[in-house]
Design a binder for this molecule. Structure first.
Ligand SMILES: *Cc1c(COP(=O)(O)O)cnc(C)c1O
Length: 484
């Protein structure tokens, strides 16, 4: 069942609006605008009735899938259920209706909330201060790399042009260090799927600005040698960047600050409960150790005698990285989430996220290939390589078959170091019943892959759009409807 575009519902002369009759004198358009600014011909807007519009959008909405509709095990994305109380709080008029250019004495509550959220996040991560301005994880990484640059520039250390990134890092890590002007060097993973300490040692030199480390890494594994790694990088004069987008696995358990890290970003839209997807909305706070505080972006939020203000007086700052002060609605949700969970609740969330992932891993590893058979954190990576070699069924086919069974697919073909990767993150908010149902479906798909691979290649059969040519869609996107 494929939907029509709203343009295709067009019926000449139909309208869906009603204006009150004019009670002021009519002013001709050309007395207000220059003629050459006028359209040559009327815009080709669809002519539809109110009910046409309502039905059109209701139908589209019924086709979209979100975590409120079902299980969403998309690894590395933390698509967990977000308590609705956070939405309520974010829509309070005092937050929702303010303007960024209002005088500061009229937005003290919001400034206080930003300040206190920064304090809470510092406590959770073991860092000293930070900024909530970045709009995404990758934006936080970019900010962090700029902090690295500013730090070495201030020291007059111009030789440090390299940033080390393990092969098990999230793809945004090498991208962020590269776009910030560093040369990226890869550090290999060893047979455990962890950063190889001997490979790290080979790369360390006085040209290395530091390392960007995702922990738990993208295999869902905790870097066991993290303290040794931190020591080695610091000894070599480098800084340590912690990609904390996966904080969901370790909240209340360990703190990057205690492991010796200098910069960390969090993803509020993942760990701290904002519904996200398709590019937003996000927030990627950056928190730092003492030595990087002077370089944090302006404005900084400061407090004096219970009054909050925006401080621009930071001569060593990397400057502005957001138009005003970040994505306030996401920050409000995060603060509401932290307060409603409390420290015990946050710790429990991590414990449940890790337990759920290990439960799924143990049940699925007897059927699907698990490369790194060890306790995982909040996610784990299976491989469809044996299915592929023996039955011609790829990770993509398994993902498409999940769609027919009412689940959002897992992440596939990432991380790159696992062939035919299927990365599964159940999150803490799913019940055992849901996890068991997911296992049943995964086993059923495996069975079908073995017995009837041709049929599986046709999946999905029950979605509005079947298999699309993903390469063509990426290379030649058609984003605008044009009347023939
Ligand atoms: C999601 C994620 C990112 C990127 O975050 P965005 O908000 O999508 O930019 C970076 N690192 C890791 C480990 C992630 O899971």
């Amino acid at each position: 069942m494929s939907s029509k575009l709203i343009f295709e519902l067009n019926t000449e002369g139909r309208i869906g609006y009603r204006f009150p009759s004019l009670d002021v004198p009519e002013i001709p358009l050309d007395s207000m605008l220059k003629k050459d600014l006028f359209r040559q011909k009327p815009a080709a807007l669809p002519q539809v009735s109110e009910v046409d519009v309502i039905r059109h959008y209701t139908e589209l909405a019924s086709k979209s899938f979100g975590v409120d509709a079902g299980f969403y095990p998309l690894g590395s994305c933390t698509m967990k259920y977000n308590p609705k109380i956070n939405e309520d709080v974010a829509s309070f008029q005092g937050f929702a209706d303010i303007h960024p250019l209002q005088p500061l004495n009229t937005v003290q509550g919001t400034l206080e909330l930003i300040y206190k959220t920064t304090e809470s996040l510092c406590e959770i991560t073991g860092m000293k201060w930070g900024t909530l301005q970045p709009f995404a994880g990758a934006h936080g990484e970019f900010t962090g790399m700029k902090l690295f640059k500013a730090y070495f520039k201030k020291k007059g250390d111009t030789k440090r042009t390299k940033v080390l990134v393990p092969t098990s890092a999230h793809g945004t890590n090498p991208a962020s260090s590269h776009i910030s002007g560093f040369d990226v060097e890869e550090v290999q993973a060893d047979e455990r799927g962890l950063v190889s300490v001997s490979s790290l040692k080979e790369h360390l030199s006085d040209e290395v600005a530091g390392i960007m480390l995702t922990n738990p890494n993208t295999l869902g594994l905790f870097e066991k040698d993290i303290v040794e790694i931190a020591g080695l990088v610091h000894e070599a004069g480098g800084l340590l960047y912690y990609d904390g987008a996966n904080m969901n696995a370790i909240m209340g358990k360990v703190r990057p600050g205690d492991m010796g890290f200098d910069v960390i970003h969090l993803n509020l839209h993942k760990t701290f409960a904002t519904p996200h997807g398709g590019g937003g909305p996000g927030s990627g706070p950056v928190l730092v150790s003492d030595k990087l505080i002077p370089f944090l972006p302006v404005p900084d939020i400061t407090e004096h005698d219970g009054k909050y203000t925006l401080n621009y007086d930071k001569p060593d700052s990397i400057g502005r990285i957001s138009g005003f002060y970040g994505n306030i609605a996401v920050i409000v949700r995060a603060y509401a989430y932290i307060l409603t969970m409390g420290s015990d609740g946050l710790k429990k969330a991590s414990e449940m996220a890790v337990l759920n992932a290990n439960y799924l891993k143990e049940r699925l590893k007897k059927t699907y290939h698990l490369f790194y058979d060890t306790t995982c954190m909040h996610e784990f990576v299976l491989s469809a390589d044996t299915l592929h070699d023996e039955h011609g069924i790829s990770a993509l086919d398994v993902a498409k078959a999940l769609l027919d069974n009412g689940f959002h697919p897992m992440t596939i073909y990432f991380p790159l170091i696992v062939h035919e990767a299927m990365m599964i993150e159940p999150t803490e908010t799913e019940s055992k019943q849901t996890l068991d149902h997911f296992v049943d479906v995964m086993l059923k798909i495996y069975d079908e892959a073995v017995k009837n691979p041709e049929k599986l290649k046709e999946a999905p059969l029950h979605t509005p759009v079947k298999r699309i040519d993903e390469v063509l869609a990426a290379k030649n996107p058609v984003l605008r409807w044009v009347k023939e």
